[in-house]
Design a protein around this ligand. Sequence first.
Ligand code: NOJ
Ligand code: CA
Length: 688
Amino acid sequence: MRRIVSLFIVCFSLVSFGAYAAETQHGPATISSPDHVLSVSLTATPSGVTYSVSRFGEPVVDASRLGLRFKNARALSTGLEITGVKTRSVDNTWKQPWGEREYVRNHYNEMTVDLTEVRASQGADSGRHFQVVFRVYDDGLGFRYVFPKDSGLGKVEITKEMTEFNFHDDATAWWIPSRGWNRYEYLYQKTPLDEVTMAHTPFTIRTKYGLHISVHEAALVNYSGMSLRRVSSRHFVADLAPWSDGVKVKTKAPFVTPWRTMQIADSAGGLIMSDLILNLNEPNKLGDVSWIEPGKYVGVWWAMHLGKWTWGSGPHHGATTKNVKDYIDFAAKYGFKGVLVEGWNQGWDGDWFNNGSKFSFTKAYPDFDFKELSKYAAKRGVRIIGHHETAGDVCNYEKQMNAAFALDEKMGVRQVKTGYVANGGELIRCDKHGKIHNEWHDGQFSAEHHIRVLEAAAKHHVSIISHEPIKDTGLRRTYPNWLSREGARGQEYNAWGTPGNPPSHTAILPFTRMLSGPMDFTPGIFDLLYPKAKPNNRVSTTLAKQLALYVVLYSPVQMAADLPENYLKHMDAFQFIRDVPTDWADTRVLTGEIGEQVTIVRKDRHSEDWYLGSLTDEHGRFMKVSLGFLTPGVTYEAQIYADGPNAHWKTNPYDMTIKKIKVTSADTFPIRLAAGGGMAVRFTPVKK
Ligand code: NOJ
Ligand code: CA
């Protein structure tokens, strides 16, 4: 205990109410991480409460304010005293039903600081109290506010969370703007820290001496999403997405805020190795989750984005019984578990973007025979993946979702892709009088809606893949049926985005968006140029890089997104997509620099195979990695899918070399990536 609370000044029990003495009596309360890498201190003075973070004794976050403001009550920020400090150490390991690794170690020191308002002269509401809880790991930390039932708060409307992040050093930041029309779907900007305006989280920086920090939040439940607004030089403040009436959060005590998190590592790859966000979430609430099925899928999708088929009815309707049967046959033949059927339901005709209330989630178009397809799929060991595009009309969706999930269950559907295509700030909420209000995709209404969907879906053994979602804050631990989501620019931007995703995009995602959780990026486009369908668009990668994405961008569900005929033209490369699993026993990062390159290896959960994915930005790379992750003494066959000698994303994207060599854990393995290229490898033990 003494080691944990090393600097803690043990006088809190002596501090009496009202007797406001010298500032040193109010802290700091300090706690260090298990291996003394990080330390956090909290100080309360009459003018405010601050926390600070240091690493090996060097400052990382300077004194940063804590506190909340309310609509109809005095702010909780000044006149607070520390009235108690408790610490504990926790070290346990828990099992993920699916994930990047099977077992997750949760090892931290915790400090709970009681803060009480001392305002003898101000009568009525003095004595309000709350806690700030810090969990400090060697690779990061989280803290949250806790308001007990007797906090004196009752029903509250929060108008501002005053939490600050006052970074000590100059840094480079990778960020996307928040509160914009395009939700989370922006290209990342790389700027000096002091040029950031307002950013979504995960917000990742590298300090001038190479420390990597990513600020995010964990367990966003019954609260609004947090953006970071820069107020001066390196000084940021939490900015919560408001309700349509301007209030940030509507709640009542007892309540907790989400965890405010910082992952902190020496290397960029260290950020990816951190399990902080998952660890700070509550365990599985759904009980038996054996019905949740990770896996790969194909489907009626890219043809619409290329303009070959339509979501709506008519001569080019994509989701017809005939087309879906073809997809089911393809899926069954090549080992895919799911077939996504976008455009199966009524409501797509005309301007669906502005008419979300027209969507039915139970009525199919007449040329889509759901019953027949469900039987056809079941016979072939395949499942239909449903689709609920709401166009942001949550009001319409919530009225229908129970019936829709019941129908899905009847049809053997185990996964539904949802969609919230609407401008930022324009989700439709209807109040109890039927009046319409517009809300943010990252506001409290959206946070609560997504949980309602998960709970309704779970009752019918349905898992959710959400597009245009609220950001991921690790809730897949609590609701393992939240399989994946979008929440960044995915492959679709290569069909119609101007510009599409540049080669660096997927070298930034692993260190930013992906730190929050899985992404339904929809990799695997083999026909990279499609000059007839979309002459102004293309996929800006090599073919090998499309394969690397399956390992680099983690998701328990991965689409083989291209049209079947394009896979049939490249059966050799297609073999990798057929082989690669989506559920892992272990994950390690071998190389990585934000926006430049990344190499990740993952071990299959159901075999002794390892898979490697490596990719680069616009520049070619030659690196050597150790194969020390393989089991010693075992010979593996490495099936290598590499950029060919003349490959270049711009001029020669299809040049690819596929070869097999024998390797062991003692080997050093060369990784040659063409400009905009990638590499994918399957390591499989050689049977004696
Ligand atoms: C946007 C989604 O990201 C995309 O995957 C989907 O096809 C369209 N919305 C239509 O729902
Ligand atoms: Ca989208």
